[in-house]
Design a protein around this ligand. Structure first.
Ligand SMILES: [Fe+2]
Ligand SMILES: [Fe+2]
Length: 280
């Protein structure tokens, strides 16, 4: 078997702070790539305002295809309106964008998108363990034991920059063990606006089955970090025989002068029965 699935990973759109030319370039890039599924890993808005949600909805509706999985980030919860934050933290999100989690699959790949935000801690997040277990087991049934299972979360397991160390999932070690146990193949995250591509081997060496960590930058918000221009990832998932699979992740970086996203380096990860490793 040698089929492939293309996953487009946008993140941290932060509508309200979007760079219009970069937003339009992202739309063109998505139409050029024609992915099988598009995921957006949170922080859809800057301040959870209705007009920001409406701008996001317009953009998401213009993206190609019907397979889109979008999750909230901490910025999609009202910050200053305390009653709204406590009583109806996702009201604006759900009213405009729909459910804050979801599952998509084709014959060989499943994507489980999780709401990892926590209104009471605001910026910090966690993997909801029982909910994720149920979603992952349901997804696994649809793709079989050798299918590729991708999880989408907002806060990451690890960060590239040491100063972001406090931004990781509050239950990162527990969630990493759970992901490994459930056979998650890749975790796609956002939040820190700084891309990261590696396996869990360096940060969670005790895991019996390493998986791939794909952190995305901000696709088109001006909230970029030093050394991390606007970008997104396009992932090609390829299944081989049995446990054999590969994921090719291509970074697309925004060129401010040319007002377009240009495909940059591709990093390849390969899977055998023991889990994932970088292909050198
Ligand atoms: Fe963000
Ligand atoms: Fe965030």
């Amino acid at each position: 078997m040698n089929a492939s699935t293309t996953v487009l990973h946008f993140s941290d759109l932060h509508f309200g702070t979007e760079i219009v030319a970069a937003r339009d370039a992202a739309l063109l890039a998505a139409r050029r790539i024609q992915p099988d599924v598009i995921v957006v890993s949170g922080d859809i808005t800057q301040r959870a305002r209705q007009r920001e949600y409406l701008a996001a909805k317009t953009f998401l509706d213009l993206l190609p295809g019907r397979a889109k999985l979008v999750i909230p980030g901490n910025h999609d919860i009202p910050l200053l309106n305390l009653p709204a934050r406590v009583l109806r933290p996702y009201a604006g999100y759900v009213r405009t964008l729909g459910a804050p989690e979801g599952v998509w699959n084709d014959r060989m790949t499943a994507v489980v998108a999780l709401n990892t935000t926590t209104p009471f801690r605001h910026t910090r997040g966690r993997v909801p363990v029982p909910a994720f277990r149920a979603m992952a087991e349901q997804a696994r049934k649809r793709i079989g034991p050798d299918g590729v299972l991708i999880a989408v979360i907002h806060q990451p397991f690890v960060t590239a920059q040491p100063e972001d160390a406090d931004e990781v999932l509050m239950n990162a070690p527990e969630a990493a063990r759970l992901f490994a146990e459930l056979g998650v193949d890749a975790a796609l995250s956002g939040h820190v606006h700084y891309p990261l591509l590696r396996t869990t081997l360096a940060d969670f060496p005790e895991l019996p089955r390493p998986f791939v960590l794909c952190g995305a930058g901000t696709t088109f918000s001006h909230r970029v970090r030093q050394g991390a221009p606007n970008s997104f990832h396009a992932m090609r998932v390829v299944r081989g025989e049995g446990a054999v699979a590969r994921i090719e992740v291509t970074a697309h970086v925004y060129d401010t002068g040319g007002r377009r996203f240009a495909a940059g380096e591709t990093q390849v990860f390969v899977r055998d029965a023991g889990g994932w490793q970088a292909d050198r």
